[in-house]
Design a protein around this ligand. Structure first.
Ligand code: ATP
Ligand code: MG
Length: 403
């Protein structure tokens, strides 16, 4: 057992452990947060494992969200943070390869650690910083190795998502996958097709956002796992289109925009449907795509910056870095943004109604939108002042846009 230094998120989460322990139950930090603490890496979320049954956890805390009671998981809200608190459990068999058929709640953490996917994730730590390490996870962290807890073939067959998780961790941590585990991944990879797409999307999204994405992509190709992912199973060549100098793409909308740029014959709509993405991801991909196409022809101008919401600057710059080998776009985009004459259509000094009034003899139709877009371009390129009289005048003298 060792003692490790605590950081602020752990100090706050310790209060959750204290509260559980004050009711005479055990509670530990568990999984990725312990791994990341040992790696001195930024922690994602703090997960807690406890001997308290979910019904007790629900009574102990004021704010509890019962997200997965059947698996013993509740989310505890404490000081505006969320903690996943899961009762120690052993999983029964996985006949559907999605969820264990049964789970059994248990009193000690040992068996609970055994059900976890990789040795580096099978670590628990008490509030004093004593680490419980039954599967040599710490030495695997030191040696930068990903390997399953127990027999890889069995563990991947139980839940094939673990195959993709191994790739995702290699991409996030830059770790190697042990040769045995790699062999078992290759053996079982076909089973990936049986798991819920949303779970796959979640892990692949993290893979593409990894700091060591080249490692992750190399394994994705080497294991041929990509041949069992949506779209890539139909278009296996697409993975080979990724540039050699792959860098992290921090959002899945960005990943879709990248692939669509590399192979425009596969529509964004198809990506979104097959990977079961939200409308938010779809809109992000569509906007990034429009911006990339404009950038390809015109470079970084006001129009690109105007098209993109500020929160997309980072992922856009990542994509430009990958596709055009240009770096440090975000600062430039912020500069351009601060000098934009308008930030959105709403800022324009005229509306559709104004345009319609100028040509009372014409029926409403797409020409109104076209006219507004033309004016929008003129304002942004600096040719027209954003002033009602100036804009109306310009439209009167440029009736070509009304056809
Ligand atoms: P992140 O930093 O992305 O949160 P994590 O390691 O915490 O990484 P989670 O998906 O949050 O990953 O899962 C928390 C822990 O639960 C893991 O560390 C692992 O111990 C266990 N776990 C999660 N998914 C599985 C799985 N499919 N099979 C076995 N154990 C799992
Ligand atoms: Mg986690």
């Amino acid at each position: 057992m060792i003692t490790v230094l605590f950081t602020k998120p752990f100090i706050e989460a310790t209060e959750v452990l204290n509260q559980i322990e004050s009711h005479d139950y055990d509670a530990y930090f568990v999984g990725g947060c312990v791994r990341d603490l040992l790696l001195k890496r930024e922690i994602g979320d703090i997960d807690i494992a406890t001997s308290a049954p979910p019904s007790v956890t629900q009574q102990i805390f004021n704010k509890v969200i019962p997200v997965g009671l059947e698996h013993g998981t509740v989310i505890v809200r404490h000081r505006h943070q969320s903690y996943e608190v899961t009762t120690f459990r052993v999983d029964g068999s996985y006949s559907d390869q999605r969820h264990p058929d049964t789970v059994e709640f248990i009193q000690t953490i040992d068996q609970d650690l055994k059900r976890r996917d990789f040795t580096i994730n099978a670590l628990a730590m008490d509030k004093q910083g004593n680490v419980i390490d039954l599967f040599d996870g710490r030495s695997d962290i030191e040696n930068k190795i990903i390997q399953t807890v127990g027999n890889g073939f069995d563990r991947f067959t139980e839940d094939p998502l673990r195959i993709i998780r191994a790739l995702r961790f290699s991409s996030q941590l830059g770790f190697s996958i042990s040769s045995n585990t790699l062999k078992d991944m290759k053996f079982v990879k076909g089973e990936i097709e049986n798991i819920a797409v949303e779970r796959i999307t979640n892990e692949i999204s993290k893979l593409f956002a990894g700091d060591y994405i080249e490692t992750g992509i190399n394994y994705l190709i080497d294991t041929k796992v990509y041949q069992h992912l949506p779209i890539m199973n139909e278009y296996p060549n697409i993975i080979g289109l990724l540039p050699k100098n792959m860098r992290a793409v921090r959002s899945f909308g960005g990943v879709i925009a990248l692939f669509h740029f590399l192979d425009p014959t596969i529509s964004i709509k198809k990506w979104v449907i097959e990977w079961k993405c939200s409308n938010k991801v779809k809109n992000e991909a569509l906007i990034l795509n429009e911006a990339l196409l404009h950038f390809k022809n015109n470079g970084l101008d006001r129009w690109v910056v105007y098209l993109l919401p500020t929160e997309f600057y980072r992922v856009f710059s990542e994509l430009v870095n990958i596709l055009f080998e240009l770096e440090g776009l975000v600062d430039e985009m912020e500069d351009i943004d601060s000098n934009l004459p308008i930030k959105s259509k709403k800022d324009m000094a005229i509306t559709g109604d104004d345009v319609r009034e100028l040509f009372p003899q014409l029926k409403s139709g797409p020409w109104i939108h076209k006219t507004l877009t033309a004016v929008e371009h003129e304002i942004l390129s600096g040719n027209l002042k954003n002033n009602k009289i100036v804009l109306k005048d310009w439209i009167k003298w440029n009736p070509h846009v009304t056809d």
